[in-house]
Design a protein around this ligand. Structure first.
Ligand SMILES: [Zn+2]
Length: 257
C-alpha cells in the first residue's frame, strides 16, 4: 500500500522519467476513452452486441465474415472520427524530445500516429487498414467499408481476389511476429517502461512490464484500475490520463531543461 499523497507519487514518477534516456510506452484502451472511443471490453460495450470473431471462423464461414464486416461498419467510423487527446500528444512530445524510443500499443485506433508519434508498434493491428489474407496487400479501410455498405458483404482483394480482412488481430490469430519480437527487444533494452491505460490483463502485452522490470528498468503504471503488476511498479498513478500524463511528461521535460 502506497501511503504517499498523489502529489508525492507524481513528483517521484517525474524524477524517474527525468532520469530516463530510453523510455518505452505500452498503451491500452484507457488512453483512448478520453477521445470518445469506448473500451470494447467494458460492460455495455459493443462486444455485447457482436460476438467476437475467431480467426478460423472468419476464414471458413461466409456468415462469420459478413457479421464481422457489419461489426466493423458499426465501430470503425467512430474510431476514424476520433481525435487524439492530451495524453496521446504528451507521448508525442516525449518522443520529439528524444526521450521515448517507441510506443507499443494494444490499441487499434491509430491515434498515436494522429498525435504525431512516429515509432508505434501495434500489437493488435489497426482498424485503419484492411489486409488481403492471400497476398498480404494492405489498403485503407474507408473504401473497403464503403464497398460493404454498398452491398459487397464479403469484400475481396482487387489484386488477387483473396479474402480481405480488417487488419486487426482476431482471437485465434497470431500476433504479428515482427511487432512482437521488436516489442520484447524494446522492453528488454528500455530504462523506463510506462504502462498507460491498460489493465495489463491481456498477454503477451502485459508480460512486457515484467520483462522490463527484470531487465532493470523502472516501471511507471498509469492506469485507473488495479493491475496484476502494481506491486512491482516504482510508481502507480491512477488519475485521469488526459491530465496525469501531460503533468508527468511536461514536468519531467521542464526539469530536464
Ligand atoms: Zn490479394
Amino acid at each position: 500500500m502506497d501511503t504517499r499523497s498523489d502529489d508525492e507519487i507524481l513528483a517521484h514518477a517525474r524524477t524517474i522519467l527525468r532520469a530516463s534516456r530510453r523510455a518505452v510506452a505500452l498503451t491500452g484502451a484507457g488512453l483512448s476513452t478520453e477521445s470518445g472511443i469506448p473500451d470494447f471490453r467494458s460492460p455495455g460495450g459493443v462486444w455485447e452486441r457482436f460476438r467476437p470473431i475467431e480467426y478460423g471462423d472468419f476464414v471458413c464461414s461466409s456468415g462469420a465474415r459478413r457479421e464481422h464486416w457489419r461489426y466493423k461498419l458499426a465501430t470503425v467510423p467512430v474510431m476514424l472520427e476520433a481525435q487524439p487527446n492530451a495524453g496521446h500528444r504528451a507521448l508525442a512530445r516525449l518522443e520529439q524530445a528524444g526521450r521515448l524510443q517507441a510506443i507499443v500499443t494494444q490499441n487499434i485506433d491509430g491515434l498515436h500516429q494522429a498525435a504525431g508519434s512516429s515509432t508505434v508498434y501495434e500489437l493488435h493491428g489497426t482498424n485503419r487498414a484492411a489486409v488481403c489474407l492471400q497476398c498480404d496487400r494492405r489498403e485503407p479501410i474507408e473504401p473497403v467499408l464503403a464497398r460493404v455498405l454498398a452491398g459487397d458483404e464479403e469484400p475481396r482483394c482487387d489484386a488477387c481476389g483473396g479474402m480481405l480482412k480488417p487488419a486487426t488481430v482476431s482471437f485465434g490469430q497470431s500476433l504479428p511476429r515482427d511487432v512482437l519480437e521488436e516489442s520484447i527487444r524494446l522492453a528488454e533494452a528500455c530504462d523506463c517502461l510506462l504502462a498507460i491505460g491498460s489493465s495489463l490483463q491481456v498477454q503477451p502485452a502485459a508480460s512486457l512490464v515484467e520483462i522490463a522490470k527484470i531487465a532493470g528498468a523502472s516501471v511507471l503504471i498509469l492506469t485507473a484500475s488495479a493491475t496484476p503488476y502494481d506491486a512491482l511498479a516504482d510508481a502507480k498513478l491512477d488519475g485521469a490520463l488526459g491530465s496525469t500524463l501531460p503533468a508527468l511528461v511536461d514536468g519531467a521535460l521542464i526539469l530536464d531543461g
